[in-house]
Structure formats: C-alpha cells, structure tokens
Write a protein of this length. Structure first.
Length: 405
C-alpha cells in the first residue's frame, strides 16, 4: 500500500509526538522540548529529546531518532504500513479521506523544513565553536590528560589527544543551560571519513587526574563525565594514522588499551556503540529482558551507516565492550557493526571483551582475574596472519564477516 506525503503529514499532525511517546516514557518539559530516559537503551541520565514543533525525537546517547512513524516501528516491531495503519486508528482518521487536513500538513511540512535549516545552521555554528575550543588546548603529553591515562594503565599518548586545564560543564536545568563547574579535561577531535573536523570529544577529569570527574545535577543525579560536541554522528576519534587494517572500539581508553597490547594495530574510537553500528533494517527479536521491546537486527541500513571509514581500509576489527547494562542489545549491535564494516570494506571481525568488562578493565586486571594475555588473545589475534583468515587466536570469541554477506 502506498501513501502520499500529504496523507502521511496529515496523519502525523493529528496529535503531538510527546503525547504518543509520553505513554511509554516519563517526559519532562524543558523549554520548547521534552526530555526523558531513552526507551531504546538503558541509561540513568535522560538524553532522549522530543521536539513537537519538528515532530522528531532524538537520543544523544545512542543516536536513535526519527518521526512518529519510526517510533511506532521501533517500539512495536511494526512494518511501515502497519505503523501507518496503527497510528491512523489511534487518531481516528480515515486514510482515504484526508483532504480536509492537507493545509495543516503543508504548514507542518514547511515548519519542519524551516527548523531543519535552523538546525543545520546551529550545528555549523557549533562546529566552529568546537574548533575554537580545540585551538585553545595543548598537546596531552606531559599534562593531566596523560596522567589520567597512566592511572588507567595506558602508557601511550597519541598526538591527537589534547588537554584543557579548565573547561565549563554545561547542563540543561529548567530549560536553560547552566555551568555546573569547571574541570580539567582530555579533548580529542572528531573527524568524518573525509578527514574533516566535525567536533570534539571531552572527558572531564578530577583535579588530581586519577579518574573522571564526578558531576551531579541540582537534584543529585550523577551526570556523564564524557560529552561529544558538534557533529558526532558518523565521526571517529582518530588515535593513529589510517591503514589497510583498522580497529574500532567504543571509547578512547578501550581503544588505547588494545593499541598498547597489539602493536602495530591502530584503533579509532566511535564514542558509542550506536555510532559504531549505525541503523538497521527490519524488526529484531523480542528483547529477552525488556518486555514489549525489540532488539535491533543484524542487517545494516545503508541509508544510516553512522560511523564510516576512509576507503583505504580493507579489514576492520570491531572491539566491543561487554560491561553495558543492556548486554543483549550490545551483542547484537556489535555484530551489526561488523556486518556493516564488512559490506563497506571487505572484511570485519567482531571481538567482544570478556563478560562484564571492557578492554581497559582487562588491561588493568579487571574484577574477574583476566590478565594481559587474555586481552591480547581476544582483541589482537595473530596480527602476523593473513587478514582474510579467521585467526586461530580468537578461538570461539571472534566472528569473521566476509564482505559479501
């Protein structure tokens, strides 16, 4: 069944997006938008935003986003047609007789286009601001940023990492951004596949540099010590030069842990597993631990690849953390990322860390007695072997994905 753009726009305009999502998520109004805990991944600090004016939602933690139809598809496991029919039933609308609301649909579409243009301009301005921030930093070597890494057992300090003696931590309170404090920070540039600068990744540090800063909002909730500014979706933190074989991990610490133990492998950080994996096609299996929710599928959506790499890369080692709160989703996203990179670059390996840990935990010994040989075995394999062979060193841990899958 086909639906015209006017029919769909008219259907979407029948009730605010926050009303529908508010049935599943406890939303709080913050200025012109609504904020709540993301329904697509486990989190403690709200990063899920609903914009009724644009008719869109977006999670800054996992990258999930879309309009009301995409939300219905993702949360209920419906196809597109099923989502349209379900939404029409909720709105009490006959899809064959929507002429009376075409004008409202046209106004909605124009408003969305205007706000999208404003959003593009805002992001461009934010990238410029990030560039100014980055220019004011100094090389990380010999600073508190390197001290932080050494406390984590990491002895290498790439030239791309920078240090800022004091950066403000902004947080939205009652609809306005306020500065909750000033902290030393490790700063890394975000770059697109073309190499273009697109933003910064900031790790706020404690004043003695022994750990990440502990930051709390006025209500006492702990806030993340890491933030990405600018255009982070699709970008990478380059911790070394590009080559034919490249490792991809979630965070800077995990990436550097593997680089330290597996020379000459270079590992780039995606900032999040969702940016690493990108979008997916179809409907996944029911979530084993979250009734009514569905897992992603392992079929990459070529329209939403998220993080992409330069074309020179031929083999990708996808290194996944195994310490997240939603292990089931994390496992699927790791395999999805490997299949995406295999389809784009020819070959990919998926290698999760030991259960309950990330690779930096393993580098430091972790809580489960794993040691450096285990880190090397899981992440590195036999780097001297041919790239197109399933490496025996992985044992049962890694999955090899040829590019023709």
């Amino acid at each position: 069944m086909k639906f015209s753009p006017d029919q769909l726009d008219a259907l979407k305009s029948h009730f605010p997006l926050s009303v529908l999502i508010g049935r599943d998520v406890a939303l709080k109004k913050r200025g012109a938008k609504h904020l709540g805990l993301c329904p697509f991944h486990a989190e403690r600090t709200p990063s899920f935003q609903v914009d009724d004016t644009r008719g869109l939602y977006h999670c800054f933690g996992c990258g999930a986003g879309g309009d009301v139809l995409k939300y219905v598809e993702q949360t209920k496991g419906f196809s597109f047609v099923e989502a349209v029919e379900w939404l029409a039933g909720q709105a009490g609308t006959d899809l064959e007789d929507l002429e009376a609301v075409r004008e409202a649909a046209r106004k909605t579409r124009l408003a969305r286009e205007r706000f999208e243009a404003e959003e593009r301009a805002r992001k461009a301005d934010d990238v410029v601001a990030c560039a100014r921030l980055f220019r004011d930093t100094v090389p990380a070597a010999g600073t508190g940023a390197q001290a932080y890494l050494m406390y984590r057992g990491i002895q290498i300090c790439p030239e791309s990492l920078r240090f800022a003696p004091s950066l403000p931590y902004y947080h939205q309170v009652d609809g306005r951004f306020k500065i909750l404090g000033w902290f030393p920070a490790m700063v890394a540039p975000l770059q697109l596949a073309s190499g273009a600068f697109s933003g910064v990744h900031i790790t706020y540090l404690d004043t003695d540099f022994s750990r990440k800063a502990e930051i709390f909002d006025p209500s006492g909730d702990k806030l993340p010590a890491k933030k990405m500014r600018g255009n982070a979706w699709g970008a990478a933190i380059r911790l070394g030069p590009v080559s034919g074989e490249l490792g991809i991990a979630e965070g800077i610490e995990t990436s550097l842990s593997v680089m330290q133990e597996c020379p000459p492998l270079v590992v780039w950080a995606a900032g999040s597993l969702w940016n690493m994996a990108g979008g997916w096609l179809g409907r996944g299996l029911p979530h084993p631990d979250r009734p009514g929710k569905f897992l992603p599928t392992e079929a990459p959506d070529p329209r939403r690849p998220a993080m992409t790499l330069p074309p020179i890369v031929q083999t990708v080692r996808v290194l996944g953390d195994a310490d997240g709160r939603d292990r089931a989703t994390g496992q699927v996203l790791l395999r999805l990322a490997a299949r995406k990179f295999a389809s784009l670059h020819g070959r990919a390996f998926a290698a999760p860390a030991a259960d309950g840990q990330d690779y930096n935990d393993m580098l430091q010994g972790g809580d489960y007695g794993h040691d450096l040989p285990t880190t090397r075995r899981l992440a590195c394999g036999d780097l001297g072997a041919a790239a197109n062979v399933i490496l025996r060193a992985y044992g049962e841990t890694a999955i090899n994905y040829p590019g023709d899958l």
